[in-house]
Structures are given as C-alpha cells and as structure tokens.
Design a protein around this ligand. Sequence first.
Ligand code: ZN
Length: 409
Amino acid sequence: MQSEVLASIRTAVKNAMKGEFYKNRFAGIDADGIDSKQAFEKLPFTDKDDLRQAYPLGLAAVPDEKIVRIHSSSGTTGTPVIIPYTQKDVDDWAIMFKRCYETAGITNLDRVHITPGYGLWTAGIGFQNGAELLGAMTIPMGPGNTDKQIKMMIDMKSTVLCATSSYALLLAEEIEKRGLRDKIHLKKGVIGSERWGEKMRRRIAGELGVELYDIYGLTEIYGPGIGMSCKHECGMHIWTDYLYFEIIDPKTGKILPEGEIGELVITTLRKEGAPLIRYRTHDLTRLMPGKCRCGLDYPRIDTLIGRSDDMVKVRGAMIYPSRVDELLATIDGVSSEYQIMIDHLNGKDILTLFFETPLEMGEASEKLEKLVEHEFKARIGLIPNAKAVGMGELPRSEKKSTRVFDNRY
Ligand code: ZN
C-alpha cells in the first residue's frame, strides 16, 4: 500500500471518529497507529445493519450546519439508512459522476435523458448533477409515463439515455413496437449497476441502436457514479482518489488476491457527512488485473455477478444463482425454473439440482440430466446430482435466492 493512500486512510478514520457512530465503534483505536496495510485490515467491517442502528442522523460526522442534504437507502425491510451530505460531498459526487460520463465519451454537446427517480433515493439527482457539471443539456424525466418519455426523447433529440436495465428494455421495446427507431437520436445508454445478463444487454443495444455503459454505485457511498465501464467493455473503472476498494471472502472476511471473486468492501477517503470505513457492499465482483486498453490509470472491478448473500460454497466451488441461471438458459430442454439442495451426507457435501423440463420422463430426461451434470462440471467446477422434474412441479418464489437451500448447517 502506498504511503499517500495510508495517509489518506488515517485522515479518513480520524474524520469518521469525529462522529458518534465511529467514536463508539472504533473506541480505543488510535488512527495514527494505522501505519501499514495489515494494521488497516485489522479494523472491523461496517455493515448495513450497523448503519440502521444509527437512524436517523447518528452517522453524521460533522456539525449540523455543515449538512446540506440527506439521502436514504431503500431498505426492503425495517429501518432505512439515512446518509447526510455536506456541500463538499455533493460536489465531490458530481466530479466523480462527470468523470463517469467522460469515460463513456459523453460531452457537453450531449443531451442527457435521465429516467432514474429523484427524491430520497440517490439515483436521479446524481445523474443530473454530474451531467450539469459536464455542461451537457439534462432532461430530468424521472421514471414512468412511457408516452411522454418517448415524445421528449424525440423532440429534445436526447443522445444519452440513463436508466435501469429493466426500464431501458421497456423503452427499447416500446420504441421498436411503435416503429419510432429512426426518429430517436440516442447514441449511448448509461445503465445502473444491477446485475444484468448478456442477453438483455444485446437486446437493449440492438433495439435502441446504442452503445451501453455500466455505472456502479450505492447510496451509502455517495450513490451511482463511483465506477464506470469504458468502450472496451471490460469491467468498470473505479475512482481510487476518492475511495479505497478491497475484495474479501464473504464468509471469512479474509482479503482475496487480485483477480479472485469476492465481496467488494469500500472505504471513503474524502467523505465528510457520513464517512464509512471498510463498508461491506455485499456485491460480488473482482479486481481486474492489468491496465485497460483505454489508457485510463484507474483500476477496474468486474461486472457484478451477484450478491454475497446469495453465494454458497460447495466442495471448494463457489455457486452463484446468477451463474446457474445463465448456465441453464443455454441448455435446450431445460426451463428457467430450478432448485438447488445442498446436503451433508456421509462426510461429503452433495449438491442436487432440480430443474423443470417439458420432456417425457424416462430416456430423454435422463439424457438431459447427464448433459446438465456435464455442463455444470465444465462451467461451475463440480458435478451436481441433476434431477429432471415435470413443468410446474417446483415451488414458485418471487425471490431468486430462495432457489438455493443449504441444509448443511
Ligand atoms: Zn478502460
């Protein structure tokens, strides 16, 4: 670790400890004693549940008069997390976001059509401030009202669409359906960082006729705009002058070497309102080795492959529901519904993969089971016990993660 990185980490820890949250959490820790990478890595992680306990404004690390705005992360359950921002935080976020646009080759001649929501949520306003700082014309639409979206897109000659992947797909399909493809002027799409498959990417890019860029971020750490893909589509560049990134084994918390997949952990180096030290994002990715062909010096993280909460380890192989989805989608005769059971029998971990198929049970389904086992071994690294079942036989669930049942513990 370079000495200037260590120095900024020490400053970040000191600033964080000015607030109640880290004053308690890091009680007894001497920030000046963080004199090596190893010393830093001894600091405890911070998780979203810790932040919830600071509700409403317990995360603030500056006096009240310095706070100019709050955002809130949409907790699916329970207490939300409130993140206070100073003017400098708001400005720094815009600087990073402007850099994202520039990384995608977007300029002040572009017209940026913003569909993510405005409000407590960090999305819309982040896209807005970054585009204004760049000097581009912004069209602050927010989500919904497809007719109006398309009309404005045509009349304002929008050249950049900012959206979630699902909303971009919906707009792409509507534009195609209405035969308006040659009336729109879109050249680029900036797509929010949820995990999305290659199939969906190709459909959006094809139907809109645009280049797509992935943007990364989370409300707890400014919001979207802390990482961005470039035209080489090889991961997302991350802004290491504002943030420090680590990849850990989500089960043990151990730091993983460059190139290995694990959970992304972020430390804010310059944030004032709510600094975070070693914050667990629960996003699974890896630090990509080597330098990008685009010439940018900022390192890269890979496209997100899922959430660490969904990951299971079986006989040394990492199993992510997203990878299983993708794998099964490529095999003819296998439907999208599946279920994984992991058991510990006779001293051995056994993975059983149930999948639905419209084929007759018998010779045809057994052949398909063998094929699934073979493909699973080739691409995920262990041989499952594949079991074909008829269509509609597996329980339906809204949550993807409930497709995996770990009965070992
Ligand atoms: Zn690049």
